[in-house]
Design a protein around this ligand. Structure first.
Ligand code: CA
Length: 235
């Protein structure tokens, strides 16, 4: 029997919380594999594929930040949602720098959590790749959305599912400002104007990959009070 339910990996050492999360995610039609340590989770990733990883930061043994890096080495694409213990910015930034795609501070609201998971599981619907892939070129970069790769001035890199979604949207709207709310909604599945730094930290990451001088961005421009604009030719 084939099982086409989304397969979610949950790495969480608090069993009480983990049971609640598993129950609710399964109610929503997902299959969940729960691991109490990062080490166990990484072993499982070596043999199995997952559609989403939910990763607690504070774990016995290897912590969530190191785990995220290890997970990225095994599966560069899988969306990673980090559960941070504190609501401090430093934790969020560190998570996103280590390759996570979003974070949620504990204790979190269940409805918000489930919405976030749903958003991250949804495949990019606006993106219809050509059978033979032609790279999207800008500056010194060529991006291959279909194969989740990019050639940059610093060498070749792997892109995550969420990075591919953000880039697809920017390429589609080249030269036009894209509102924060639209980016958060189409890429992460946020329902409303949730206050979050995820997007901004994500842009920092893209600038590091693709900008010759990330502190003076030419391609990924901030549009004050609105959001961001991608400019192919840097003007
Ligand atoms: Ca924990």
């Amino acid at each position: 029997m084939t099982d086409d339910k989304p397969h979610i990996m949950l790495v969480e050492d608090e069993n009480h919380l983990a049971r609640g999360i598993c129950f609710n995610l399964e109610e929503e039609g997902n299959r969940v594999s729960h691991f109490e340590t990062a080490e166990r989770a990484i072993e499982a990733l070596e043999i199995e594929r997952f559609d989403l990883v939910i990763l607690d930061v504070m774990l016995p043994g290897m912590d969530g930040f190191h785990a995220c890096r290890a997970i990225r080495n095994l599966d560069p694409r899988v969306p990673v949602l980090m559960l941070t213990a504190r609501s401090e910015d430093a934790d969020r930034v560190e998570g996103l720098e280590n390759g996570a795609d979003d974070y949620l501070a504990k204790p979190f609201n269940l409805v918000e959590f489930l919405l976030r998971v749903k958003g991250m599981l949804r495949r990019s619907s606006w993106y219809r790749p050509e059978p033979v892939e032609e790279g999207y070129q800008f500056g010194d970069n060529v991006v291959f959305l279909l194969s989740y790769r990019a050639k940059t001035a610093q060498g070749e890199i792997d892109l995550t599912e969420m990075e591919v979604r953000v880039l697809s949207l920017f390429f589609q709207k080249e030269g036009r400002p894209v509102q924060r709310g639209e980016l958060l909604q189409s890429v992460w599945g946020y329902s409303s104007d949730t206050e979050t730094r995820t997007l901004d930290n994500f842009i920092v990451r893209l600038r590091k990959y693709f900008e010759p001088d990330p502190s003076h961005p030419r391609h990924f421009q901030t549009v004050r009070g609105v959001g961001y604009r991608f400019s192919r030719f840097g003007g």
